[in-house]
Design a protein. Structure first.
Length: 240
């Protein structure tokens, strides 16, 4: 099923805090890169100074994925820095451009600031909302839809599909994935929007066969881990 996950154009990854959207964006970039697609990844999280795509920049660069970041001197700044290259990437994407957007409606406002670039891009735009069924704001279909409405209002763009990423960090089990998958199926039916994929930790992949997941499965390779934990290798590369 993994091979069915093939994306083009602009893919915006949004979601609420704790959804794991940045891990999804990183793993999605790696998956598409290994599928032969040229991938560019832009860090648009201007809100959360801790769990951002830029923390995995070295591992991504070694794999061969282009990443758009603030200047080196501002990488760890707790400031909302939007570099001009992002608008250029939107107007003229080459291959697949993945934009990792900040959490909730607050983080999604950065997309509204890029409205002119989105209006002039020739590329198709997909905005995928990442859902973790174990977060209080997205544990029911109604709350997921309310979060979608908040993100759409802040960004000026429409969510086009869902990504299921139900997890409990290191305590995640197949049961958590099963529960999240059930919620995502209900959400897809209620919204009329497709379930683009389910994100599942690589460690659990051998166990999910009996779950009968009918959408593509994205192997999740965790990069945003505590200092004492080892990151999952991206094509054999481990960043220390």
């Amino acid at each position: 099923m993994e091979s069915d996950l093939l994306l083009r154009g602009l893919v915006l990854i949004v979601g609420n805090y704790g959804s794991g959207k940045t891990e999804v964006a990183i793993s999605l970039a790696v998956h598409q890169h290994h599928s032969g697609v040229r991938v560019q990844l832009a860090d648009l999280d201007l809100v959360n100074p801790y769990f951002r795509t830029r923390e995995a920049r070295h591992a991504l660069a070694q794999v061969g994925i282009d990443i758009v970041l603030p200047p080196r001197g501002w990488l760890q700044a707790d400031l909302p820095i939007l570099v001009p290259q992002v608008a250029g990437l939107i107007r003229q994407p080459n291959g697949l451009a993945i934009l990792d957007v900040g959490g909730d409606g607050v983080g999604a406002t950065v997309l509204a600031a890029l409205a002119d670039a989105f209006r002039h891009t020739p590329a198709p735009i997909q905005m995928l909302q990442v859902i973790n069924a174990y977060r209080p704001n997205t544990d029911t279909v109604a709350r997921c839809l309310a979060m979608r409405d908040m993100i759409e209002a802040a960004s000026g763009l429409k969510v086009t599909g869902w990504v299921g990423n139900s997890h409990m960090m290191d305590e995640t089990t197949v049961a958590h994935v099963r529960h999240g998958h059930a919620l995502m199926l209900s959400l897809a039916e209620a919204s009329g929007l497709p379930l683009a994929c389910m994100a599942v930790s690589e460690d659990l992949l051998p166990q999910i066969g009996p779950l009968a997941i009918t959408c593509p499965v994205l192997p999740l390779r965790r990069q945003l881990v505590p200092p004492w934990a080892e990151r999952s290798p991206l094509n054999g590369v481990v960043e220390n």
